[in-house]
Design a protein around this ligand. Structure first.
Ligand code: HEM
Length: 427
C-alpha cells in the first residue's frame, strides 16, 4: 500500500518541477520583454517561424538571423526553452565587448567546443577558455604567434604548400576531371597548419591520412552537436554509432597531438635544434604556467588546427566563388598577380603587401561570407546597446554575417564591390 502514498508525492513533485520551470521561463520572458523579436512558437520551446526553414535545410542559422534583423532592427531576441538568444548588429557594442577582456566568453556557448558528446575536444584552449584570467595569461604567451614578424618566417611553408597544391591540381587538369576546389583548399590549409604549427612532415595535400579523416569527422560532429541539441541522448542505434565514431575521431586527433608534444619535449631535453612553430609557443606556455598538463597542451594543439584550417579554406573557397561571379574583378586580380608575381618561383613576404587589390577582394569576401558568422560575450554588468537596456547576465551574440550585410553600415550591401574598402563612406 506504500505506493498509495508514494505516487501522489511523485506526482506533486513533478507538478512543482513543471510549475517552477514555467515560472522561470516566464521570468526570462518578462526580463527581456522590452526587446524586439519574432513571435514565439510555443511558451516552453520558444523558437520562431524564422527558424523553421533551418530545420528544412533551406536556410542556415546565419541567414535566418539576418532575416530577423532585417525585419526587427539592430537587436533581436529569441528563446530556446529557458535560454535567451539575443543577437546584436551594432559596431560600437561589438568594439566595446570584444576589445575588452573583462567580458567573458559565455560557458553555455563555448562548452560545445570544450567537449563533444562528453569527449574532451578543444578543452580549455585559447578559443574555448571561458575563465578570463586564465585566457588572458595564455593569450599573452601566444600573442607573438599572431604577429606579422612570425608570419614572415613562415613564407617557405606557404610557398612549399602552394607548390604542392599546383602540382595536385595540374595532375587533375585534363579538361575532363571534375575537381572540388573546396576540398583542394582544405588540403592546402591542412598542410600549411600542420607544417607551420607543428612541424608535421606528412604531405597532407596529396595524402588522405587517418588524421585528416578524423579532423573532418570531429569538426562535423562539433557542429552537429550544436545544431541538433538532442543528438547526445538520442537512443537510436544509428545515433549511438555516430557518437561513438565522433569520440574515436577526437581521441585519434588528441593522441596524435600528445605524441607530437611528448616527442618535442624529449627533443628539447636532449638539446636538439627545435623548429620555430606554434608548438614552441605551447611548450613555452607550459614552462611559464605552473601545473600546465599535457592535456592542456593537447587542447591548444587541437584548437590551432580547428581555428586555422577550415576558416582559411572556406575564405579561399568563397573568394574563388566571388571571383567566378564577378569577371571584371577577376580580371583586375589576375593583372595585379601577373605584375607582382609574374614568373617568380618563390613569393617574398613583401610581395603580399603589394597585392593591394587582392587584399580588398579578400576583405569584401570576408564581409559577405565570414567563415565564422558570429561570436558571443557575457554581460557581467548592465549596458545600453543600440538604445536598449541589457540586464546583467545577458549573453550577447554578435552576428557579423548580418552586421556586414546591413544597409545601415554598407551601401548596396549585397553587391560584391571590393573598392568599397577604399572609399571613405564604407569605412
Ligand atoms: C580567414 C581565416 C580566419 C577567420 C575568419 C578567423 C576568425 C576568428 C574569429 C571570429 C575568432 C573569434 C572567436 C571568438 O571570439 O569566439 C577567432 C579566434 C581565434 N582564431 Fe581565428 N580566424 C581565421 C584564421 C585563423 C588562423 C589561421 C589561426 C591559427 C593558425 C587562428 C587561430 C585563432 C585562435 C587561436 C583564436 C582564439 C583567440 C583568442 O580568443 O585568444 N585563426 N578567429
Amino acid at each position: 500500500m506504500l505506493w498509495l502514498y508514494v505516487l501522489p508525492c511523485v506526482l506533486l513533485l513533478a507538478i512543482l518541477v513543471v510549475l517552477g520551470y514555467a515560472a522561470y521561463i516566464h521570468y526570462q520572458h518578462v526580463k527581456y520583454s522590452h526587446l524586439p523579436g519574432p513571435k514565439l512558437k510555443g511558451f516552453f520551446v520558444g523558437g520562431s517561424d524564422f527558424l523553421d526553414e533551418i530545420g528544412k535545410g533551406e536556410l542556415t542559422l546565419a541567414e535566418a538571423v539576418y532575416n530577423m534583423h532585417k525585419e526587427y532592427g539592430r537587436v533581436i531576441k529569441m528563446f530556446f526553452f529557458h535560454a535567451h538568444f539575443i543577437s546584436v548588429i551594432d559596431p560600437m557594442a561589438a568594439k566595446t565587448l570584444l576589445m575588452n577582456n573583462e567580458f567573458a566568453k559565455p560557458l553555455y556557448v563555448y562548452q560545445g567546443f570544450q567537449k563533444v558528446f562528453g569527449q574532451r575536444f578543444l578543452g580549455y584552449g585559447l578559443v574555448s577558455e571561458t575563465d578570463t584570467t586564465k585566457w588572458e595569461r595564455h593569450r599573452k604567451i601566444f600573442n607573438p604567434a599572431f604577429h606579422r614578424k612570425y608570419l614572415m618566417e613562415l613564407m617557405h611553408v606557404f610557398n612549399d604548400s602552394s607548390d604542392r597544391l599546383i602540382q595536385y591540381l595540374s595532375i587533375k587538369a585534363d579538361g575532363k576531371t571534375e575537381v572540388s576546389l573546396m576540398d583542394a583548399f582544405g588540403r592546402l590549409t591542412l598542410d600549411v597548419i600542420g607544417k607551420a604549427g607543428f612541424a608535421m612532415g606528412d604531405d597532407m595535400v596529396f595524402n588522405d591520412t587517418p588524421f585528416t579523416d578524423a579532423l573532418g569527422t570531429a569538426f562535423e560532429a562539433m557542429s552537429r552537436q550544436g545544431r541538433e541539441i538532442f543528438l547526445f541522448m538520442n537512443p537510436r542505434y544509428s545515433a549511438f554509432k555516430y557518437r561513438s565514431k565522433a569520440r574515436k575521431a577526437i581521441q585519434l586527433l588528441r593522441k596524435t597531438g600528445e605524441d607530437i608534444i611528448r616527442q618535442r619535449i624529449e627533443d628539447q631535453k636532449q638539446g636538439k635544434d627545435l623548429p620555430k612553430d606554434i608548438l614552441s609557443f605551447i611548450i613555452k606556455e607550459a614552462i611559464v604556467e605552473e601545473n600546465f598538463s599535457i592535456e592542456e597542451m593537447v587542447d591548444e594543439f587541437v584548437t590551432f588546427f580547428g581555428a586555422g584550417q577550415e576558416t582559411t579554406a572556406n575564405l579561399l573557397s568563397f573568394t574563388l566563388l566571388c571571383l567566378g561571379q564577378n569577371p571584371e574583378v577577376l580580371k583586375k586580380v589576375l593583372q595585379e598577380v601577373d605584375t607582382i608575381v609574374g614568373q617568380k618561383e618563390v613569393l617574398e613576404y613583401e610581395d603580399i603587401a603589394k597585392m593591394e587589390y587582392l587584399m580588398l577582394v579578400l576583405k569584401e569576401t570576408l564581409r559577405l561570407y565570414p567563415p565564422l558568422f558570429g561570436t558571443a560575450r557575457y554581460l557581467h554588468c548592465k549596458m545600453e546597446i543600440a538604445g536598449y537596456d541589457m540586464p546583467v547576465g545577458t549573453t550577447i551574440f554578435f552576428t557579423n554575417y548580418a552586421m556586414s550585410r546591413a544597409e545601415d553600415y554598407f551601401k548596396n550591401p549585397l553587391t560584391f564591390d571590393p573598392e568599397r574598402f577604399r572609399r571613405d563612406e564604407d569605412k
